[in-house]
Design a protein around this ligand. Structure first.
Ligand SMILES: Nc1ncnc2c1ncn2[C@@H]1O[C@H](COP(=O)(O)OP(=O)(O)OP(=O)(O)O)[C@@H](O)[C@H]1O
Length: 640
């Protein structure tokens, strides 16, 4: 059980490239809003600087001249204060604007990213899911997008504000007094050295904290989904002990991380006090000695500016960690988006057809006849009726390109024939069904469907022509009816009821509290294993495909339900070409051809009678010397 939190937090491999890509992703979508955000940032920081500088004007031009005047005229002072109020208001509007806009931009960007990821994920080949755990994929939708949200909403604008502020403050300081600027720069340098050290210590512990947090969450998730197993094996104590260990570690790392993070602000504040005092003393000395043409207003404005400086420096230092984390997240998201989609060069499609003067022609109506429409080099089309003739020719296959799983497998299933695949676990039975579906590409050999190479058939149309019942009966949250309709989205209610009647599911569905409208809970835990199988069979029944790929369930269900499931399966197989991964003797015996697989090779093939007469591997299996056949049928086997 993989957890989405167990994913490793690593640094982005090429942060600059990822950063540029992220910015352009945002920029392309918000060409109009981003300039407004920038104007907001400029207004906000400009107003802060303006207010500091205005202090100089206020003191030197409006307050000092009034000192000692017997009948002072405050009107100009009042209008100056109004101007200051105006600047303040502009700053507030700027700050509000960019902050609010950034929320919409970040949420919109995340929605787009999630959307792109999900639609891209639907097009990825199954091999991608084989090599990436569910947890790893999930983390891109949860952890990675969350770090990005923080970065886009807070990190990005804060960085912009901080940089604009620092540049603005230093420029203004230089204009006001180069001498005092020197003092400010000196204290900032000392400040930076200390801050870097503290941020480094805190960052290291934050990484540890995140890693342990991931492990702890993953463990809790596993324990929740595995509660039944924990209880069955009385593992409650051990489970608790392991959790305590993780929890203690998490507490330790979090305490260390926050200890350093929490002393950062007091350090910054105290430094800004020291800087304030130093600038005040230096300013006083320079003023008294008449150096640098300083006025009282300049010193006051300078002191105010020096206070403005502390915050952006602290913020940049603090944001650096979150930027690194966010870019690592962005890289993982882009990595998913960059995965090559399932290739489909197929040009043969499946269409409704009818016979006109013994010739097959395409039609819009549902005639009950389907045909493969093959484009010809001269631009015309060739139509072949869909019959369900499947031929595997010398198939070689491996999942990883190295370890062979199937060797030289050949079989011909004529329309309506039933082919049983038998063999020990891991022999390659499921793999054969995966290849007919084109879930994976062959290493060598060909599979032909009605004489057409399946690689030439459009994947969606190929899959439409195949009905599948897997052992793993995936049902989704929704009503029973919606789950059955998965088999054919445009099916009418009547078609659904008919399919359920034929697959023997109708009687149990009508006994559910709301019948076909009963909502299946998460993981359909309100249904029994057998009932889930019946729904899965109904779904395949509804597709009414000429070829069925069935995986007979081995899970233990009670014999009455098993008999019903079996009847449903038998009904499903009627009149179709069937590949069945067979476990029940009755299915195997009634098959037209049985393929006995061993380590990816067909070691025997023929019908039941022939194979029994052969007295080979099948005969051994059949006699019950192996457990490969369903034990429930052993009696039946002996009776034969
Ligand atoms: N997605 C995969 N990636 C890599 N190897 C796989 C994958 N699926 C199956 N295999 C390997 O391929 C071989 C054949 O597996 P397959 O599932 O076809 O066997 P099977 O006969 O259907 O077994 P079972 O009866 O247990 O379902 C096994 O060795 C298995 O480990």
């Amino acid at each position: 059980m993989a957890s989405h939190n167990v994913s490793k937090r690593r640094k982005a491999k090429d942060p600059i490239k990822t950063f540029k890509r992220l910015l352009s992703f945002i920029f392309v979508r918000y060409k109009l809003l981003l300039p407004i955000v920038f104007i907001g940032i400029m207004l906000s920081t400009g107003a802060r600087l303006g207010m500091s500088v205005f202090l100089e004007v206020l003191i030197d031009e409006y307050i000092t001249p009034l000192v000692g005047v017997s009948d002072p005229d405050f009107s100009s002072l009042i209008s100056a204060l109004f101007i200051m109020g105006g600047i303040f208001l502009a700053g507030v509007i700027g700050t509000l604007t960019f902050n609010l806009l950034m929320v919409s931009i970040s949420q919109g960007t995340l929605r787009e990213l999630r959307d792109s990821m999900f639609s891209h994920m639907q097009k990825l080949p199954l091999s991608y899911f084989d090599s990436n755990t569910h947890g790893n994929l999930m983390s891109r939708y949860t952890n990675d997008t969350d770090t990005l949200r923080q970065f886009i909403t807070q990190g990005l604008p804060q960085m912009a504000v901080s940089i604009v502020t620092i540049v603005g403050v230093f420029t203004t300081m230089l204009i006001l007094s180069p001498h005092l600027t020197l003092v400010a720069i000196l204290t900032v340098i000392i400040n930076l050295v200390v801050v870097r050290k503290v941020v480094g210590l805190s960052g290291k512990n934050f990484s540890r904290q995140q890693e342990t947090l991931g492990k702890t969450n993953g463990y809790v998730e596993e324990m929740i989904s595995g509660q039944k197993v924990v209880k069955v094996f009385c593992h409650e104590e051990e489970a608790k002990a392991k959790f305590d260990e993780l929890n203690d570690k998490l507490c330790q790392h979090s305490t260390d991380a926050h200890r350093y993070a929490n002393i950062l602000m007091p350090i910054m504040i105290n430094f800004s006090h020291i800087q304030y005092v130093l600038i005040a003393i230096t300013g006083g000395i320079l003023y008294i000695n008449g150096i640098g043409a300083l006025t009282l207003g300049t010193i006051a404005a300078f002191l105010q500016l020096s206070r403005t400086l502390a915050m952006p420096i602290a913020q940049i230092s603090q944001q650096l960690q979150s930027i690194v984390k966010a870019l690592a997240g962005a890289e993982r998201i882009f990595d998913l988006l960059d995965q090559e989609v399932e290739a489909d060069k197929g040009s043969v499609t499946l269409v409704n057809a009818k016979y006109e003067d013994d010739k097959l022609v395409e039609t819009e109506e549902r005639t009950g006849i389907l045909a493969w429409k093959q484009p010809q080099p001269d631009g015309s089309f060739n139509y072949t009726e869909l019959k369900g003739d499947i031929r595997l020719n010398n198939i070689d296959f491996s999942y990883d390109g190295e370890t062979p799983v199937l060797h030289n497998v050949s079989v011909h299933a004529k329309p309506g024939q039933k082919i049983a695949l038998v063999g020990a676990t891991g022999a390659g039975k499921t793999t054969i069904s995966n290849l007919i579906n084109r879930f994976y590409d062959l290493d060598d050999g060909k599979i032909r469907y009605d004489g057409i190479n399946i690689n030439d058939i459009k994947k969606a149309d190929l899959r439409r022509s195949l009905g599948v019942v897997l052992q793993d009966t995936s049902l989704f949250t929704g009503t029973v009816k919606e789950n059955i309709r998965f088999g054919k989205l445009d099916a009418t209610d009547e078609e659904i009821y008919e399919a359920a009647r034929r697959s023997q599911a109708d009687s149990f569905i009508s006994m559910l509290p709301d019948g076909y409208e009963t909502i299946l809970s998460e993981e359909s835990s309100n249904l029994s294993q057998g009932q889930r199988q019946l729904l899965s069979i109904t779904r395949a029944q509804l597709t009414d495909a000429p070829v069925m790929i069935l995986d007979e369930a081995t899970s233990s269900i009670d014999s009455r339900t098993e008999a019903i499931v079996q009847r449903g399966m038998d009904e499903l197989m009627k009149g179709r070409t069937v590949f069945v991964i067979a476990h029940r003797l009755s299915t195997i015996r009634n098959s037209d051809k049985i393929l006995v697989l061993d380590q990816g090779r067909i070691i025997e093939s023929g019908n039941h009678k022939e194979l029994v007469a052969n007295k080979g591997a099948y005969y051994q299996l059949y006699k019950g010397s192996s457990n490969s056949f369903d034990e429930a049928n052993f009696d039946e086997a002996d009776a034969l």
